[in-house]
Design a protein around this ligand. Structure first.
Ligand code: HEM
Length: 463
């Protein structure tokens, strides 16, 4: 059986000039990848601003991300690009500062909290299904990426604050974040290539302004809860902000300061919806082009949930739907590259990596590596159930990263995605829109440059 192969920017044939590489990467880092990058174990590029090492070799990836993680801290370049929005959040800090933050945030992601967040996810998913019913009735074309951004932002917002993100606020946050996301490579790439003068001051100003808009909105929500907490009022909200307010440094007993709370909440809001929205948008594109898989998923969703409201334990009983999501994360890993910095000179394969070099682990390249995967560009969710993929899964699959800095929200994201996909295929069919081919661009996450537009129709007897 032949499988659908989604389009992506054609790899470069021969080595580009540095200038050509810069211009491509400034638009999207996916455009700068060569055909060799999908086959090599390790590569190097020497840019004016930094020496860059790309690592695909599974043993070296494990070394950088897990076994010797302390020697390869988060890259300062990336932290600088994200600081206006995320401050000193867990995503960018290192060493003891990161350890303290991770220890204080862990309880907010425990299994019990995952179960407690299910009703919130189900309510936001039900709102999505109602919006899609209206779209399917009025016509049949939808940009599903926009809908997926809406539902995932709604879920993470309600999980953090116990209230929905509505009307004008929702619009302001989405719009400001889209601006921030579009400007990120324009600021990051000049720094990386040692061409900071190319980062026009108005790009930096616009990026800071977009970040400030998002943070101001979040501060307005956090301040009253923080002040009430300081005044001894505990309230009864079982949300993530409540868990962060209650968190204490295990060594000193100190709570998060107000600024730290805003940093962590901004980071969670971003990491908690942007990644999931990206993956769910791509999942819909893949499904629209694989009607047989869609039909099997529909049967699985109906057999598990009937036409009743979904229940949390059922999320573990839909293996095909989970595998579709896992295969989507393989083909379109939202975090397409992970940058670390070498804190000391070290040998790696046949190379000497100097101190201060950027060491990049790219899930995008590793998940499509020609020597690791059979039919690497094909959408084949059943590969996750087959014995012959075991080695690739163990050695060449890391959509959530690995080691001590592995994604804190992986279980949350899997539960959320299974629920949304199950409810979607239970009620609707998706089909491609003739003449529209979504094209991935690599910015902060892997998004489509031209949206994910498709046809949607209500199924007979859909709940
Ligand atoms: C499909 C969805 C998601 C994907 C693919 C994803 C991917 C990742 C990856 C690759 C990292 C590690 C980055 C690195 O090592 O540099 C990461 C870190 C992180 N993610 Fe996710 N993520 C997803 C959803 C979420 C959600 C829903 C949340 C929160 C509710 C979340 C919270 C975090 C946090 C807090 C970190 C930082 C952990 C640390 O540095 O200690 N993520 N994520």
């Amino acid at each position: 059986m032949s499988h659908f192969c989604p389009a992506y920017p054609p790899p470069r044939g021969k080595l580009a000039s540095l200038w050509g590489l810069f211009l491509s990467a400034r638009h999207s880092w996916l455009d700068a990848l060569s055909a060799r990058a999908y086959q090599m174990q390790m590569g190097e590029v020497h840019l004016p601003g930094v020496d860059l090492y790309m690592v695909n070799d599974p043993a070296e990836v494990r070394r950088v991300m897990a076994d010797e993680a302390a020697q390869f801290p988060k890259s300062a370049l990336l932290a600088d690009a994200l600081r206006p929005l995320l401050g000193d959040s867990i995503f960018t800090t290192n060493g003891t500062q990161w350890r303290r933050q991770r220890d204080m945030m862990n309880p907010a992601f425990a299994q019990a909290r995952l179960e407690a967040s299910f009703p919130v996810m189900a309510a936001a998913t039900e709102a999505l299904v109602q919006r899609l019913h209206a779209i399917a009735q009025a016509g049949d074309e939808v940009d599903i990426e926009i809908e997926m951004t809406h539902v995932t932002a709604d879920i993470i917002f309600r999980t953090i604050f116990s209230e929905p993100l509505t009307g004008a606020d929702a619009h302001r946050v989405f719009e400001a974040f889209a601006r921030y996301q579009a400007l990120a490579p324009k600021l990051l790439m000049p720094a990386l290539f040692g061409l900071r003068w190319m980062a026009w001051p108005w790009h930096a100003r616009r990026s800071r302004r977009a970040a400030a808009e998002i943070r101001t909105l979040l501060e307005g929500l956090i301040r009253p809860r923080h002040q009430a907490w300081l005044a001894g009022e505990r309230g009864d909200r079982q949300d993530i902000l409540g868990a962060f307010l209650a968190a204490r440094d295990t060594a000193t007993g100190a709570p998060f300061s107000f600024d730290e709370l805003v940093d962590q909440v901004a980071m969670l809001f971003l990491a908690g919806h942007e990644t999931s929205a990206s993956a769910l948008g791509w999942a819909c594109h893949l499904l629209a082009n694989a009607p047989d898989v869609q039909q099997r998923m529909h049967a699985e969703a109906l057999a598990t949930m009937g036409t009743q409201p979904p229940q949390q334990p059922q999320m573990k009983d839909m293996p095909l739907i989970r595998n579709v999501f896992r295969e989507t994360l393989r083909l379109f890993p939202p975090v397409g590259f992970i940058a670390r910095e070498s804190s000391q000179r070290c040998p790696m394969r046949d190379k000497q990596v100097p101190q201060g070099a950027s060491v990049v682990v790219s899930p995008w390249l590793i998940h499509r590596h020609r020597q690791q995967w059979s039919a690497p560009d094909a959408f084949d969710p059943d590969r996750f159930a087959r014995e012959d993929s075991r080695d690739a899964l163990r050695d060449a699959y890391l959509p959530f990263g690995m080691g001590p800095r592995v994604c804190l929200g992986a279980a949350f994201a899997l539960q959320e995605a299974t629920l949304i996909l199950a409810c979607l295929v239970r009620s609707f069919t998706l089909a491609p829109l003739p003449g529209h081919t979504p094209m991935p661009v690599g910015r902060l996450t892997v998004r489509s440059e031209n949206g994910v537009r498709l046809r949607i129709a209500r199924r007979e007897g859909a709940p």
